[in-house]
Structure formats: structure tokens, C-alpha cells
Design a protein around this ligand. Sequence first.
Ligand SMILES: *[C@@H]1O[C@H](CO)[C@@H](O)[C@H](O)[C@H]1NC(C)=O
Ligand SMILES: *[C@@H]1O[C@H](CO)[C@@H](O)[C@H](O)[C@H]1NC(C)=O
Ligand SMILES: *[C@@H]1O[C@H](CO)[C@@H](O)[C@H](O)[C@H]1NC(C)=O
Ligand SMILES: *[C@@H]1O[C@H](CO)[C@@H](O)[C@H](O)[C@H]1NC(C)=O
Ligand SMILES: *[C@@H]1O[C@H](CO)[C@@H](O)[C@H](O)[C@H]1NC(C)=O
Ligand SMILES: CC(=O)N[C@H]1CO[C@H](CO)[C@@H](O)[C@@H]1O
Length: 532
Amino acid sequence: MTSNLFVVTVLLLLSAAAASLPCALRHYPTGSVCVCNVTYCDTLELVEPTVAGEFVLVSSGRDGIRFQQSRGRFVNASQVDFHPAVMRARYRRFSRSLKSVTVELNRKRRFQRVAGFGGAFTGSVSYNLKLLKPELRMSIYQAYYSKKVGIGYSFMRIPIGGCDFDLKPWAYNELPINDGKLSNFSRLDSRDVQRIDQIKELMNVTGNYEIKIMGAAWSPPKWMKSNNDWSGSSRLKEEYYQTWADYHVKYLHLMKAAGIDYWAISTGNEPMNAVIGFLFIRFMSLGWTAHSQGRWVGAHLGPTLRNSPFKSVKLFGGDDQRYTLPWWYSLMNEGHPNATQYLDGLAVHWYWDGITPPGLLDQAANLYPDKLLFNTEASLGDKPFQTHGPILGSWDRAESYITYIMQDLEHSVHGWIDWNLLLNEIGGPNYAKNYVESAVVINSTGEELYKQPIFYGLGHFSRFITEDSIRFETTSSDSGLAVVGFERPDGKTTLIFHNKRSSPCEMTVRDPERGTTQLQLPPKSVHSILYA
Ligand SMILES: *[C@@H]1O[C@H](CO)[C@@H](O)[C@H](O)[C@H]1NC(C)=O
Ligand SMILES: *[C@@H]1O[C@H](CO)[C@@H](O)[C@H](O)[C@H]1NC(C)=O
Ligand SMILES: *[C@@H]1O[C@H](CO)[C@@H](O)[C@H](O)[C@H]1NC(C)=O
Ligand SMILES: *[C@@H]1O[C@H](CO)[C@@H](O)[C@H](O)[C@H]1NC(C)=O
Ligand SMILES: *[C@@H]1O[C@H](CO)[C@@H](O)[C@H](O)[C@H]1NC(C)=O
Ligand SMILES: CC(=O)N[C@H]1CO[C@H](CO)[C@@H](O)[C@@H]1O
């Protein structure tokens, strides 16, 4: 299970200079995880290349490597610094199965500017963190949000009130009922207070005080809804349209007073759940048609937010599946001509991406070129025929993430936010038993954390594609090797490669500005290369 497959052909095979702590790999029948305990947790520490053409390569794969580093240098093809004979000797072991692939860069063809990556801090995440030994809590904060030793997340999604990842459904001002003035929404819930303490601890420990927080409500208190219930088919009662807008601004006020500033809110999580999904979705939801949500946003939420002290908080629409693109937004405007004008961004969820064409993302981006396009939720094990909850060490699940993150990046997406940062062994807690996978799993004893392959898959993007990186065109000569490329604001280039094959491949990268390099990629592996 060591990294034997991995050779850089460009001579300069320096020892990994950075003092990353390696993964403490543990094998389960279903795969391999990296174990963190109170005294140990692996890190990703990089010495970034500074000399033109020098690179650091970070690799993870099915066979057990995790963020393994090597270094090398691009050479000009004309210089022929590397000789095919040398390579052949090194690669003798693979000579029969080696597939040659060429990757070409075209920096002149440029696409979207990436904002960043993140995860969701649900009630269950907060609950799980509370179970952990303090040292492990610090490790998980670092693992996700440190830009020095972790995967450098910069976004965080937080439910406004409850969601399904909680011990029970909840909202503010559940009592008194029919209280249009929200007279009892004057303080935060104790669950918020706990979460705020944890977020402050996270910021303190990681030194990352710039985290951009996005809020989303799942459901108002039951009395605002047509069915007076948490789940099932529902709509917002017309007489509470303004109350529901005020509720959002009250929440922003109370969070600000507690020291947490929001970067954005959405118009509400998955509005279709309580319109078409209520037969199988058992957790708190509020149903909207696009038309009525347009009326609410155009006449209530939009003006209320823009006339409040939180006028610069961004507003994201949709927050639902890809198949709602782009028709949801045009129907919103039929509900109110100003509806989409209030939106700064379009939020989309991953769950049906497998059967919905990614071209819908580009259509939405073309129709609304000034709006941010974010994936705001994804988690595996949601379908009835799948294993719910974590599969420890599943590389297939990491590959699924890698595939869909790349697909989104190739189709106009600016930001990518994962679902729960941390779940327990069964993928919860979740009062609706809607258990799913998570990139990091806790042992409920609080003594260990398991970093799943998904965590590394995410990190290959989030750590390297820094804020304001611009995607440029890349092509691969083989469909088994996927690649995306970015020019970062610090002038460095990063490429992420995914060898989907069950065999190694020999890859030649041609960058017209830096030259050529050859790398060998193990079977089923993902790589980030960063060069000056
Ligand atoms: C913690 O993990 C490290 C590295 O795997 C190991 O050496 C150590 O024994 C572990 N400690 C405990 C208490 O399990
Ligand atoms: C206000 O809400 C709290 C729960 O947060 C509840 O205990 C209390 O009874 C409510 N007050 C009124 C007047 O309904
Ligand atoms: C931040 O950490 C320092 C020690 O590293 C501690 O003294 C301080 O109380 C912490 N602040 C918060 C808000 O947690
Ligand atoms: C739409 O917004 C404009 C200002 O941008 C305002 O003048 C107009 O009245 C609004 N339309 C409606 C129907 O509210
Ligand atoms: C969690 O820890 C307990 C106690 O050490 C152990 O028996 C159990 O196997 C651990 N769970 C996993 C998934 O390793
Ligand atoms: C590493 C190296 O020598 N790179 C050079 C390759 O050639 C291009 C253009 O011909 C130069 O710009 C690079 O500096």
C-alpha cells in the first residue's frame, strides 16, 4: 500500500521538503481511512515552488497514498532534458499496461473565477464536535479550515434554525403561535450559542477569520405554514410573507450581535421538497412554487434585506436540484418582475446530477452572467438503493465527488460547498433517519476521527484552487484521465488530474509557457500540481 507507483521523470526528484504529518492509514474491509486521535492527525503542509517551472505534486489514490508530495520541474521539450530510455527503465514494471496520455493547456481560453470551497456546520456537526476530545476538535478545525496545514476551506453553510441533521426539528418563535410580529424571537437558541462558540474556536485555532458564512432556512415555525407541520406538502401562509422576511433579518441581527457576520443567505433550502418530494422527504421543509417564491422575494425578502443594515449580505436563489435550472428563475420573475434582480447568486444541489445534464449550469450562467453559481450541498448514500451513512474508506465515493466537482468546475460553477463536515458512524444524528456519508466520521467514543477518501478528494481542489483563481482550457487525449486547470492570483498555476483507470498511466503535460513534464499516475488516483 505504499506509494511505489509514483515516479516523476523530470530528474529533480527532491525529497518532500515540507514537514507534513503523514496519514495514519487504517484498513477496514471497505477501504482505508486516515485515523486521527488525541495525539496525532495528518496534515498538508506545502513549500510552494517559487522558481518558474518548478512544481510540487500532491497525490492520493485508492491504493493508500494520501496527500503524498513530490517535487519536480518542467523542461522545454527542445532541451530534451529527460530521455525516453531513462523513463523506460524506471517504468519497466508497467510497460505492458502503461497508457500514454497528453494533457495540453490553453491559457488564452479563460472561464469563471472561482470563489472557493466549504462545508456545512449543521446541528449534527455541532453535536458531534461536542462529543470529541478537545484535541481532536482542534484537529478537525485545522483539517478543514487551515490554509497552512489543512485543506483551506473558506465557506461555511449554516442552517437558520433546524434542518434534518439535528436531534429534532426546530425554528425560532415556535411560541406563541400566529405571532406575526415575532415577539418571542429576541434571542438565539442554546443550540446556536453552542455552535457560535465552536465557530469562534475554529476561527481562533485556524487563524482563518475570513470564513464566508451562508445561511439557509429549512422551515419556519409550523404556525406560518399551510399544513401546520414540519414536513409534508406545505406553503407559506400569505399573511406571513412579510413575517418570514423579517425572520431572516432578525436572525442576521442576533448572529451579528453574537459576533458572527453572514456573507450570504439563501431563499430557503430545497423548496421543491414540500411541493413534489413530500411523499418521501420526512424532514422539515417549506414548499414554494417558483412563481410564489418570486412574489415573496420581489415584494418582501428582497426589499426587507436591502433596506436593512444587512443590505450587502448576498442573496442566493434556488438552493435546490440542478433540474430546476434555469426555469425556476424565469418563473420567479413571472411571480414578481424584480425577483431575480435581488439575487446575487444561484445555489444548486448535487443530488440528481447523475441524471441531469451539466449544460443546465452553463445555461443558467449565460442567462445570469453577473450572478455567482454555487453548489451548496452534496452527500452520498441518499438514494434508496445505496448504503446510507458512511462506508469507511470507500474510494468509489471519493471518485464520485472528484468527478462531480470537476464537472461543476467545467460548467461555470464558482463555489462548491459540501454537506455535513462531520457525522457519526451511522451518518447522523438525524431525526428523520436520513443518514448519509461524510468526508470525516467520528467514533462516538470521541477518541478517534476517520478522514475518508472523500476528504482528500475535496482537498485536492480546495487547498490548491485559491480564491479568485481563473479556470483556463485544458484538454486530455484520453477520457480515462480528467484534468482541470487554474491560474491563481499569486501567478501560480494549478492543475488537478484524476486517473479513473484501474491501470497506471504515463502523462505528458504541455504548458506552452513552462514547457513539458512527464508524470506517472497510479491507478484510481487524484493529483494536484502547483507550479510557479
Ligand atoms: C495515536 O495515533 C498515533 C499514530 O497512528 C499512534 O502512534 C498512537 O499510538 C495513537 N494513540 C492512541 C492513544 O491510540
Ligand atoms: C418563547 O419561546 C420560549 C422557547 O424558546 C418558550 O419557552 C416561551 O414559552 C415562549 N414565550 C411565549 C410567550 O410564548
Ligand atoms: C483564542 O486562543 C487563545 C489561546 O490560543 C485563547 O487565549 C483565547 O481565549 C481564544 N479565544 C477564543 C475566542 O476562543
Ligand atoms: C421594481 O424595482 C424598481 C426599482 O428598482 C421599482 O421602481 C419598482 O416599483 C419595482 N417593481 C415592483 C412591481 O415592485
Ligand atoms: C470506535 O472505538 C471503539 C472503542 O475503541 C472501537 O471498539 C470501535 O471499533 C471503533 N470504531 C471504528 C469504526 O473503528
Ligand atoms: C524551464 C524553462 O526553461 N522554461 C522556458 C521554456 O521556454 C519558454 C519559451 O520558449 C520560456 O518562457 C521558459 O522560461
